[in-house]
Design a protein around this ligand. Structure first.
Ligand code: UDP
Ligand code: MG
Length: 335
């Protein structure tokens, strides 16, 4: 069978039937033009549209180059990439979105940067084409992130067209965390990262899988996965408020001694109380975010479940034997 490829492209797919055909054409064209051996790993992350059949057909068209991992449900974009990472065979690993917002024509730029000796090539979107509110959310989020996690040096964390060396990918695949943020994880292992600008296009068809709520959850994954800053902020706020209240008590005692007791200002007191209750609830929520993740990790459930993999026959034989051995064990224990 053919040798291991030089480049591996890893793409998560969730309900992308409108773009897969164009993705196939443009991606294979630009990779063929590079003149280097490659493979494309597409993970179907529980799509409910025709993506699954379309991926199967793509594999049938180029069985040597296109590998398809079929998930048993929706485990999220980063887990879909992780599943690809666990199976890559190439030396340079490139992730990208299926929706063609990151043009595959830019892949050559990333490969060139990797060949200059970088182990992680991050990207920022030049002339970004997204809705106004997404741009605002991104802008502020990038700012807050840069302030909370100064060690994560990225201009733009939302752009998924990135390249990693195989050793970094193997380290990432070995972490086993079930919530993560791949570009940030890669930077924690990188020794010589760089950033290049890439073009950005509007989603050509289909709709974004992210609504405001999902984006918010996703950002909590990034923050809690790579920083304990929010917990520390609460310690500092708690300290500050304690100091202020102590000063306030001293003031009230002195006032009572000098001016006499006061009864006015009940509503001011309410306002202060509500404000503090809000802070306490928010703080509890943040603690909860961390505890929830600790809980997720200690349960040790599989972070994703693969239904089947379509790839070159050699590997299918090996994994099918494993599957059959497993299935017979399971049916034996059930029977
Ligand atoms: N995606 C995925 N699982 C999900 C959500 C998204 O695999 O639960 C994939 C999706 O198919 C796309 C990429 O992740 O390839 C980015 O998603 P999308 O374009 O919807 O996000 P946006 O560009 O709006 O951030
Ligand atoms: Mg997109």
């Amino acid at each position: 069978m053919s040798q291991n490829p030089y480049i591996s492209i890893v793409i998560p797919v969730h309900n992308e039937q409108e773009v897969l055909e164009e993705l196939y054409t443009r991606l294979t064209q630009s990779l063929d033009a590079l003149g280097k051996s490659y493979e494309i790993i597409l993970t179907n992350d529980g799509s409910t549209d025709r993506s699954s059949e379309m991926l199967r057909a793509m594999h049938a068209r180029r069985p040597d180059q296109i590998r398809v991992i079929e998930f048993n449900g929706n485990f999220g974009q980063h887990m879909a990439i992780m599943a690809g990472f666990e199976r890559v065979r190439g030396q340079i690993v490139i992730t990208m979105d299926a929706d063609l917002q990151n043009p595959p024509e830019e892949i050559g730029k990333l490969v060139a940067a990797m060949e200059r000796g970088h182990d992680v090539v991050n990207t920022y979107r030049q002339d970004r084409q997204d809705s106004w509110w997404r741009l605002q959310v991104s802008k502020w989020h990038n700012r807050v992130r840069a302030w909370m996690m100064p060690k994560l040096k990225m201009k733009d964390e939302g752009c998924m067209l990135r390249a990693y060396s195989r050793s970094i990918v193997d380290l990432m695949a070995a972490t086993g965390e079930s919530t993560t943020f791949i570009p940030a994880l890669a930077l924690t292992y990188a020794s010589n990262p760089t950033e290049v600008g890439v073009a950005h296009a509007e989603r050509s068809a289909g709709t974004s899988s992210y609504n405001f709520y999902k984006l918010l959850r996703y950002n909590f994954d990034l923050v809690t996965g790579f920083s304990v800053f929010p917990l520390q902020v609460f310690t500092m706020i708690g300290l500050l408020i304690s100091l202020c209240s102590f000063a306030f008590v001293v003031f009230l005692v002195l006032r009572r001694l000098i001016v006499g007791p006061e009864v006015e200002g009940v509503f001011t007191l309410f306002a202060i109380m509500f404000f503090l209750c809000g802070i306490v609830l928010f703080g509890l929520g943040i603690v909860g975010e961390y505890i929830g993740r600790i809980y997720q990790e200690v349960r040790k459930r599989p972070r994703f479940v693969i239904r089947h993999v379509l790839e070159r026959p050699v590997e299918i034989t090996a994994s099918r034997e494993e599957d059959e051995a497993y299935l017979s064990r399971v049916s034996a224990s059930e029977g």
